[in-house]
Design a binder for this molecule. Sequence first.
Ligand code: ATP
Ligand code: MG
Length: 226
Amino acid sequence: MNEDRRSAVRLDDVFITYTRGDVSVEAVRGVSLEIRAGEFVSIEGPSGSGKSSLLRAIAGLCETTSGEIQVGGASLPSLSAGELADLRRTSIGFVHQLHNLFPDLTAAQNVALPLHLDGLAPKTIATRVGETFERLGIAPLTDRLPEELSGGEMLRVAVARALVIEPLVILADEPTGSLDQANGKMVIEILRKLNAEGTTIVVVTHDEAIASGAGRRVRIVDGRLE
Ligand SMILES: Nc1ncnc2c1ncn2[C@@H]1O[C@H](COP(=O)(O)OP(=O)(O)OP(=O)(O)O)[C@@H](O)[C@H]1O
Ligand SMILES: [Mg+2]
């Protein structure tokens, strides 16, 4: 690993506590981790150990109780809501387990959405979306609605939507969790290919096939890194 590669994500003593009424759950308890640009890191651990909480916090989707999170050098806790939204739109590609595609939009329209939000010209958007579909080998799916896609295909479209913004990092939460082996394998191959091309990837997974393809594996138990 090249020591002077820049830091993509940096966590310093991060705590995440969920509180409802007088019940509180300490989901993440003092996690420090640095992920350098170009790394492929898997986060593993038992159910309820804080993996999704940590990933959502890196994506700016979940507030930390204390500690520091930096993405591409920007400190998330100190950003305004607008700045955080900008950072998420331009730098963070998030792949949800349930892919979260809009049912009334075609695959291409779903993938184009973040670029529309970014105010790019329609022609630029069409080019970028087309290139991303080609890159992931899903060009034939362009005009299909989500209901016309298999689970694995939906997930590949969701990866396309994360990738189209050319993010600093792709975060994926159990991307193969709901897929059969063949589709799961296809998604793993895509993640590995993107990483080989330079994309930084952080993936939460129970899937040994994904984890063994990662450049670094970290494990979280009871909210702490082992
Ligand atoms: N929004 C929330 N409000 C309250 N508690 C929550 C919330 N989200 C998660 N938790 C709790 O925080 C802990 C960590 O949850 P998290 O979803 O991060 O675990 P996980 O490692 O992703 O588990 P899994 O492998 O089952 O997805 C759990 O005890 C969970 O019940
Ligand atoms: Mg989870």
